[in-house]
Design a protein around this ligand. Structure first.
Ligand code: NI
Length: 255
C-alpha cells in the first residue's frame, strides 16, 4: 500500500493515457495519491479527478512562480474549495527564487495569505521551496504554520533545516532526486530522519527517479523511492511502505 503524496495527474502530459498510468500505479501497489493543483486550470482538474476516482484526493493552492497572477477571487475560490470532501491540503505554495516571473515580495505575500487561509480552514499545507530556504522557514514561523503543519515537498535541503521543519509539525517528503547517484545530501537526510516523519512522492510528470531520470515520471515509480529509503535506512521495503502510508493518512486525516 503506497501513498504518493504529490502527483500532477492534472498536467497535460497525462491527457492521452491517464487510465493506463492509473492501472500501472495500481499494479505497483499505489493505493492513494494527492493530485496537487497550483493555478486555475490545474486546481479545476485536480478537483475533477478527485471526484471521478475514489482513491484520488486533491490539494488546492497557488504556485509561487505564478504569485503575480493570483487575484483575491482566486484566494476566495481556494477557500471555498477547501470544504470539498476530497480536498485534503492547501498548496502547493511557497517561494521560488530560481524563476523571476513573480517578485519576491509578491511571492511572500501570496505565501502568507495561503498559510492564513489554511489556518482558517484547518488543513495542512504543501510547501514548494526553490533556493528560498531561510525565507520559507522564517515565514512558517511568523505565520505560525505549526498550527496546521504539512509537507516539505520534494525535500532537498540540509538535515538541520529538516529537523527545524519537523519541530514545526511538518513531514519531510522525498521524491525522485533521492534516487539519483550523485544526490549525497538527500540520501544523508533520508537516512538520518525518523521514518515516522517521512513521506514519499513522485511529483510526476517531473523528476522521474533513477533509472527513468529524464523521462516522464508517473505514480507507479513511487515504489523506487520507497526502495531507496529502505536501502538507505537498512530496513525492509514493506516497513517503509506501511509507515509512509500511515503517515500520509494521518496528515491528510483520511480514515
Ligand atoms: Ni508539484
Amino acid at each position: 500500500m503506497l501513498f504518493d503524496t504529490h502527483v500532477h495527474l492534472n498536467a497535460d502530459q497525462f491527457n492521452d493515457d491517464l487510465e493506463e498510468v492509473l492501472e500501472r500505479a495500481k499494479q505497483q501497489g499505489v493505493q492513494n495519491m494527492v493530485v496537487v493543483g497550483f493555478d486555475r486550470p490545474t486546481i479545476k482538474k485536480a478537483i475533477e479527478l478527485a471526484e471521478k476516482y475514489p482513491h484520488l484526493y486533491a490539494s488546492v493552492g497557488w504556485h509561487p512562480v505564478d504569485a503575480i497572477d493570483m487575484t483575491d477571487e482566486d484566494l476566495h475560490w481556494i477557500e471555498e474549495l477547501s470544504s470539498h470532501p476530497k480536498v485534503v491540503a492547501i498548496g502547493e505554495m511557497g517561494l521560488d527564487y530560481y524563476w523571476d516571473k513573480s517578485p519576491k515580495e509578491t511571492q511572500k505575500e501570496v505565501f502568507r495569505k495561503q498559510i492564513q487561509l489554511a489556518r482558517r480552514v484547518k488543513l495542512p499545507i504543501i510547501i514548494h521551496n526553490r533556493e528560498a530556504t531561510q525565507d520559507i522557514v522564517d515565514i512558517l514561523k511568523e505565520e505560525n504554520a505549526a498550527e496546521v503543519g504539512g509537507i516539505m515537498h520534494c525535500y532537498s535541503g540540509s538535515l538541520e533545516v529538516a529537523k527545524e521543519c519537523i519541530d514545526m509539525n511538518f513531514y519531510i517528503s522525498f521524491g525522485g532526486p533521492v534516487t539519483f547517484k550523485n544526490a549525497k545530501k538527500p540520501k544523508e537526510v533520508a537516512k538520518e530522519l525518523p521514518l515516522d516523519k517521512l513521506l514519499i512522492e513522485t511529483d510526476c510528470p517531473f523528476l522521474a527517479p533513477h533509472p527513468h531520470r529524464g523521462k516522464r515520471n508517473e505514480p507507479s515509480f513511487v515504489s523506487l523511492i520507497a526502495k531507496e529509503i529502505a536501502e538507505l535506512k537498512g530496513i525492509t521495503y514493506e516497513e517503509v511502505v506501511l509507515k509512509t502510508y500511515d503517515n500520509a493518512r494521518q496528515l491528510f486525516n483520511i480514515k
